[in-house]
Design a protein around this ligand. Structure first.
Ligand SMILES: [Zn+2]
Length: 294
């Protein structure tokens, strides 16, 4: 599948905030008599508008484009100043392609045929609002950006990605779409299938690099979670190890933090204990206290 033409963001610069995104079921086209609102009140697509004639993206903002006529006249008579303007003002939303027969003519955004197809969405993190320039980054991918509207409860003003095609495993495309919008791929879609000749080419390798990074992020999160109970038992609530080196640990005290509200058990770390041993002792004593509180 053809992919976007924007440069590939280095994987190290991608946000980690979409790694836990999953798919959510959503009925884009409710039955008219169901009472539920649909397009365009309930949701609308963020469109990347193209000129209907040359199929190039229209100008995103007002810009000045070199007038090809001026150049033509200058080539014919280099010593004369041509009788036309050298630059042409192109307004936002108009064709900026001087070779096109609709040059400087506005394109109708509603002619941009892109709409959700499958009854799912993939929520976009909301620390950023995605606009038409982001929609352009999805060029060639079977996904579009949707903004939810009124009557959508917690979804109102939120944005999501939605598939504009279906029928096969589109994990590669979903991962690529998230990465093109600046995120590491969601873990739920990261097991991209070996199919249709993939992996092939630099974009697929970029996606695989993103998948690897997502795996590393999840591993780090997992390691932190595994270490958490011991950390808690080392530092709270009764016995705590003071000191961050062996030398200090040997001089320090394991002490209770009740400050009068509890018995204040104190236990001086014998100088024969290392930091790790003092830590293990704190865990053991705190476990005992937790069990006694039952
Ligand atoms: Zn055009």
């Amino acid at each position: 599948m053809a992919s976007g033409t924007t440069p590939l963001t280095p994987v190290s610069e991608l946000w980690v905030s979409a790694t836990e995104v999953t798919s959510t079921q959503y009925d884009w086209y409710p039955e008219p008599d169901s009472g539920a609102v649909g397009w365009p009140e309930a949701w609308d697509v963020v469109r990347a508008v193209k000129c209907p004639s040359c199929r190039k993206f229209v100008a995103e903002e007002d810009e000045e484009v070199e007038n090809p006529e001026w150049q033509q006249l200058k080539d014919q008579a280099p010593d004369e100043e041509p009788d036309v303007e050298e630059f042409v003002e192109v307004e936002a939303g108009a064709c900026a392609n001087p070779e096109c027969d609709r040059f400087t003519e506005e394109a109708d955004p509603s002619d941009t045929e892109v709409a959700p197809m499958m009854n799912y969405y993939y929520k976009l993190p909301n620390h950023h609002t995605f606009g038409p320039s982001d929609a352009r980054k999805l060029e060639g991918l079977p996904l579009c950006i949707v903004t939810f509207g009124r009557g959508q409860g917690a979804l109102e003003d939120e944005q999501a990605l939605a598939l504009t095609g279906g029928g096969m495993d589109l994990s590669w495309e979903i991962c690529e779409a998230f990465m093109r919008l600046g995120f590491l791929p969601p873990a739920a879609f990261a097991r991209v299938p070996a199919m249709a000749g993939k992996p092939r080419g630099p974009v697929d390798l970029w996606v695989l690099e993103g998948v690897e990074r997502t795996g590393e992020v999840i591993r780090t999160q997992g390691e932190r979670l595994i270490a958490f109970p011991d950390e808690m038992l080392t530092s709270a609530p009764r016995y705590r190890v003071i000191g961050d080196s062996d030398a200090r640990a040997k001089e320090s005290t394991l002490y209770g933090v009740g400050h009068g509200a509890y018995d204040k058990p104190e236990w001086t770390v014998p100088p024969t204990l290392t930091q790790d041993e003092a830590r293990a002792k704190a865990i053991e004593l705190n476990r005992e206290y937790a069990e006694q509180d039952q």
